[in-house]
Design a protein around this ligand. Structure first.
Ligand code: ATP
Ligand code: MG
Length: 414
């Protein structure tokens, strides 16, 4: 039936069929975060627009084109959060977390909003899980961040994952490099796409990310920051690599790697999954040593990442999943319906997943429905207290005693 209303463009409903696979991803992430001591944090889905304009930098696409920004009734500019790092840094400062033992290790999961052209793996409301270690510049934190995401993707069984690793150096080194890069871009201005040409001064690094052929040819001959790293930046990057080597995590150095948000310094990384086509990144992140200072806090180095739940699910190709039921309570005798509901409740208290007919079906209809919901057994209540137990896999059916039902269904000792 065509309905009068549809979900807004670029959004989707999570229906019961895919909710289970989604919950599995969130559970796996929560487990990994908790085992490594990354405590959960939740921030509002909207923030003052300033937080993102300042935190994200005005030059990125995310700020220029992708934000859902509106004015609230008090005339304040509000933005639906496009990412989690700036809000978490805001909360870190607002709640004085810089006074706690550092680093403060945090994790999150929730919806994010970007006004993008919708396509497979790219939505206007999507969901991320992520982790941040705030208050340390140690390369161990970078390596640990990467290891957490690698663990998560491995544990979920995401196929064909590759890790790309790069470094943007510290702001000082980066400034010198950026001048060199801008000079290269200006020298080849004629061959660049309009978009890149207009942003030579604003965000020259993004040129590496362009899908324009002319720009790509120019960038093939461009100097890379990884070649220019020296001193502490080079040491930091070498240590991150050594730590990953020790942990047995494979990676590929990508000297042209850039990210969509421009607050990154030093380490950046991206986990891609070739099977995903154009939207190949399942997750990524890096170090953002300057962000908290930009937000008005003390100089506080930090590192983190975010992964897209929808991209992970696409890569896993297992959206549809049914939960299964321990038992379905059917009635052969209409007089048993009330008893069936009470018994279902009792069995649920004991921890069993039990369904009961709510639609007045015939016994045949109830058995069919039990099969549909994935019930392993059907308990059939007969007149005068008789109980039959039917195994849905073998089709075997035998009488049993109502008093032993719980043990029969495996509830008590579970
Ligand atoms: P992309 O290059 O794919 O646009 P990005 O650089 O914008 O990614 P981040 O801002 O780092 O990505 O977000 C982290 C993760 O969130 C991405 O790796 C991706 O899995 C997911 N993601 C980002 N934007 C979207 C979107 N519009 N729809 C679904 N998932 C998204
Ligand atoms: Mg993007």
């Amino acid at each position: 039936m065509a309905s009068k209303y549809q979900a807004p463009r670029g959004t989707f409903d999570v229906l019961p069929g895919n909710a289970h696979a989604r919950a599995r991803v969130e559970r796996a992430a929560a487990e990994i975060f908790s085992r490594a001591g990354y405590e959960p944090i939740a921030t509002p889905v909207f923030e003052d627009t300033d937080l993102f304009e300042r935190g994200v930098g005005r030059s990125t696409d995310i700020v220029r084109k992708e934000m859902f920004t509106f004015e609230d009734k008090g005339g304040r500019s509000i933005t639906l959060r496009p990412e989690g790092t700036a809000p978490i840094c805001r909360a870190y400062l607002e709640h004085g977390m810089h006074k706690l033992a550092q680093p403060v290790k945090l994790s999150y999961a929730g919806p994010f909003f970007r006004h993008e052209r919708p396509q497979a793996g790219r939505y206007r409301q999507f969901h991320q899980i992520g982790a941040e270690a705030i208050g340390t510049d140690s390369p161990f934190a970078d390596a640990e961040a990467i290891m957490l995401l690698a663990d998560l993707l491995a544990e979920l069984g995401v196929p064909g994952v590759e890790l790309r690793l790069g470094s943007l150096g510290s702001p000082v080194a980066r400034r010198a490099y950026l001048e060199e890069l801008k000079a290269h871009l200006r020298a080849n201005e004629g061959e660049l796409s309009k978009d890149v040409r207009e942003r030579i001064d604003l965000n020259p690094l993004r040129a590496f990310d362009s899908d324009d052929e002319g720009t790509q040819a120019v960038m093939a001959g461009a100097p890379t920051i990884v070649e220019r790293l020296d001193g502490e930046d080079a040491e930091h990057f070498a240590e991150v690599r050594a730590l990953l080597d020790t942990a047995g995590i494979a990676y590929e150095i990508d000297p042209t790697l850039v990210r969509g948000l421009d607050y990154y310094t030093r380490t950046i990384f991206s986990f891609v999954c070739e099977g995903l086509g154009a939207q190949s990144e399942v997750g990524g992140g890096g170090r953002y040593d300057g962000l908290i200072e930009q937000l008005g806090g003390p100089a506080t180095p930090a590192v983190g990442w975010a992964a897209g739940i929808e991209r992970i699910l696409l890569a896993l190709e297992e959206d549809e999943e049914t939960a299964g039921r321990d038992a379905f309570l059917a009635v052969a005798d209409e007089g048993q319906r009330r008893r069936a509901l009470a018994l279902a409740s009792e069995l649920r208290h004991a921890g069993l997943a039990v369904e009961v007919d709510l639609a007045g079906r015939s016994l045949k209809g109830q058995l069919k429905h039990a099969d549909r919901v994935g019930a392993r057994r059907v308990v059939i209540l007969e007149s005068e207290g008789g109980v039959q137990l039917r195994d849905m896999e073998s089709g075997e059916q035998r009488p049993t005693d109502a008093a032993h039902l719980l043990e029969e269904l495996g509830g008590a000792g579970r």
